[in-house]
Design a binder for this molecule. Structure first.
Ligand code: ADP
Ligand code: ZN
Ligand code: ZN
Length: 690
């Protein structure tokens, strides 16, 4: 495909258009259409595909429509929209290649859905309305009085960032050390230089707090958010403001990494270790990793902030590939909470059973209540009990569609599957033997809430988890109640451990988090450590309370190195021990992984497909550098009546794995046809959970 020299303005033109074709469809990544005039790459068009009209993006420069097959004409050109930039197209092309997707599929799915639906007329009207809104007056700075004087550590970090503003920097700072203040100061400089700032956060419910802080600091600057909870019209408007360069600050979740920003000058990834930055379906991209790539490609600094960096990021900092800046102390000299390990093996049992909350911990909670302070009890399992059980015949509340137990939810007396959502009223008697004595086994947040209410008469006990916050606005009002001091004891899942700044909280306790220590998932320890550090950071956020703040861990393995590092608040000791383990086991970041997943009604079909794929792999030249492991079932093999199998690929060399995947995967599309009954297959590059 040779580009035409010079501008071509008349005659028929052939344009290569990226369109959203079904993944693994036999269609080429780019399709040729005919246009009546020259179209710049990045131009949005609508094109016929089969019997439908689809949105597309002009991807390559036009060439003259020479002899050859007659091409279908482009249906419509969205003239009103400036073309997407070469930088944007490079980011999408890289992401598509790296995560093994068609460029058209990725390019179109990362556009706002409303944009994909719009025609030129609709878009034109919207742009007119948007541009009519007055440009913000004089972009004033916040009054200096509203800005805190930087701490010594913050000032040093900022000076280092000013001295070397290129490349990627890890800002490693304990919770409450003032990382956000560093983002704000750096953003101020970038804005003053006329550039745009992109801030990525892991979760939608963390955006309002941060949005408020940025808005307060930069009055007169236009700030937009980008996440999936916006209405389609809002999301399109915000995207357009970013793309047109009208928005100075873009704050969003992982999908915002693809926001087109013509004046981009800084990318911040807050809580960079968070698993939410990894998209878990479709193109399974890591927004954190793409942010780093984007920064390098656009020669814009990238700031990764975390109290507990991912081991991937930490290792790069150790190697000097990222600059590392540390904020070791909390603002206002607030001490980190003292960590106490409560050894459950030493505790007295009641009829052989451990109490939900050990007596010393319960006393500590009571003291907090007496002082008008708050406590957080963290239990990472929602529902009342993980399973219902018949003592007579050993029946358990399994899900008929999944290889998982259905969780007992007492509030609405249902058995609910957390994998497929299947829910039924709790049976009156054992479905197998008719015994009336069926009882819950184990404990979830609902039960802990109930037990605490019984143990602490008069105390105001509340619960926040995915169940309590199902309705729109519920989370905000529940968090509001905690902030307003209407709650003495809060029971919650990891949901409450992140980001929230509870001023009156002086006790955080993790109830039996040991499961992660013995998980088959090699990242479980890393996640637990981050969760506990994060949760501990909820305690004693205000300086006068910091001294009295404690984090308790109720555990049967207090000697475990993870807990020992936690007691010392020593992330680097923890990271060093984990990295040593990863190195000897050949796991990331010392190797690169990809996971191929296959789904079918029968496990044998999925296995046969993966086996055939594995044989095809053996024939490839690149194969030597890549290990292909046998197909195995995942932790929950059957979900909603579909059996799942997976196959792990591992290589010491990321480029070798990439070359291998590019050579291997196209063949699997053909192979699929030989395996009737295969429902789906997909590849996950750099999987987070294996
Ligand atoms: P992090 O993002 O590291 O958790 P924050 O930036 O949220 O920390 O800072 C914690 C608290 O300290 C916030 O309430 C913030 O307003 C305040 N703060 C940050 N920097 C300073 C400073 N230099 N002087 C006074 N207060 C500060
Ligand atoms: Zn029974
Ligand atoms: Zn189920």
């Amino acid at each position: 495909m040779s580009d035409v020299e010079g501008p071509v303005t008349t005659g028929r033109h052939c344009v290569a258009v990226a369109v959203e074709t079904p993944h693994h469809a036999a269609l080429e990544a780019l399709l040729d259409y005919e246009a009546t005039h020259a179209l710049a790459p990045g131009t949005l068009v609508r094109v016929p595909l089969g019997r439908h009209e689809r949105p597309g993006i002009v991807w390559a420069r036009q060439r003259p429509a020479a002899a050859g097959p007659v091409l279908r004409p482009v249906s419509e050109v969205l003239e009103g929209l400036p073309p997407l930039s070469a930088h944007w197209m490079a980011l999408v092309a890289f992401a598509a290649a790296y995560y093994q997707r068609h460029v058209g599929e990725l390019a179109l799915t990362v556009l706002p859905p409303e944009l994909r639906r719009s025609d030129d007329r609709q878009l034109g009207r919207r742009l007119t309305r948007l541009l009519r809104e007055p440009e913000v007056a004089a972009p004033g700075a916040a009054a200096a009085a509203d800005m805190p004087a930087l701490s010594v550590e913050q000032a040093a970090a900022l000076a280092a960032l000013q001295a070397d503003a290129s490349g990627t920097t890890l800002l490693h700072g304990v919770t409450g050390s003032g990382k956000t203040e560093v983002y704000l100061r750096l953003a101020a400089q970038v804005l003053a230089a006329g550039r745009q700032v992109l801030v990525l956060v892991p979760e939608i419910n963390l955006t309002p707090q941060l949005e408020a802080r940025f808005a307060a600091r930069f009055p007169g600057r236009r700030l937009v958010s980008l996440h999936s909870a916006l209405t389609p019209a809002q999301r399109l408007n915000h995207w357009l403001l970013a793309h047109l360069g009208r928005a100075d600050l873009v704050l969003g979740t992982r999908l915002a990494v693809f926001a087109p920003m013509p004046r981009l000058g800084l990318v911040v990834v807050d809580e960079e270790h968070d698993a939410s930055f990894k998209q878990q379906e479709g193109a399974r991209y890591s927004a954190r990793d793409l942010a780093v790539w984007r920064g390098q490609n656009e020669q814009v600094p990238v700031l990764l902030g975390s109290a507990t960096p991912s081991l991937e990021t930490w290792q790069r900092a150790e190697q000097g590939r990222y600059q590392r800046l540390t904020l070791a102390t909390r603002i206002g000299a607030g001490a980190m909470p003292r960590v106490r390990l409560l050894d459950t093996r030493q505790l007295p049992r009641q009829r052989g059973v451990l109490p939900a909350v050990a007596a010393p911990l319960l006393d500590a909670v009571r003291q907090r209540i007496a002082r008008g302070e708050q406590s957080l009890l963290l239990l990472n399992r929602r529902g009342y009990a993980p399973v219902l059980h018949c003592h007579h015949c050993s029946w358990k509340s399994g899900c008929p569609h999944c290889s998982a137990w259905r969780v007992f939810h007492k509030a609405d007396r249902t058995l609910r599957c957390h994998h497929c959502g299947f829910a039924e009223p709790v049976p009156r008697a054992c479905p197998d033997c008719g015994n009336l004595d069926i009882a819950p086994l184990g404990r979830g947040t609902e039960k802990l809430e109930e037990q605490l209410a019984a143990l602490l008469p008069g105390a105001r006990v509340a619960r926040i988890d995915a169940d309590s916050t199902r309705h729109k606005g519920a989370l905000e009002s529940q968090l509001g109640a905690v902030h307003d001091g209407e709650v003495d004891v809060l029971v919650g899942t990891q949901m409450v451990a992140k980001g929230h700044d509870f001023r009156r909280m002086t006790l955080v306790a993790a109830i039996d988090p040991d499961g992660a220590l013995y998980s088959s998932d090699f990242r479980a320890g890393e996640r637990l450590f981050a969760l506990l550090m994060q949760a501990g950071g909820r305690a004693g956020r205000s300086a006068e309370q910091a001294a009295a703040s404690e984090m308790w861990v109720q555990t049967a393995s207090p000697e475990h190195p993870l807990y020992q590092a936690l007691v010392k608040h020593d992330f680097s000791a923890f990271a060093a021990s984990q990295l040593a383990e990863r190195r000897s086991a050949g796991l990331p970041p010392y190797s690169s992984l990809a996971l191929v997943r296959a789904e079918a009604r029968e496990a044998a079909v999925a296995t046969a497909f993966l086996q055939a794929a594995s044989e095809a792999a053996a024939a490839l030249a690149e194969g030597g550098a890549v290990s292909v492991y046998p197909p195995v079932p995942p932790a929950v093999p059957r979900v909603a009546g579909v059996e799942r199998m997976q196959m792990l690929l591992e290589s010491a060399s990321r480029p070798a794995l990439q070359r291998f995947l590019s050579a291997w995967l196209p063949g699997l599309q053909a192979l699929r046809k030989q395996h009737k009954g295969l429902a789906r297959w997909a590849v996950d590059v750099d999987p987070l959970v294996i």
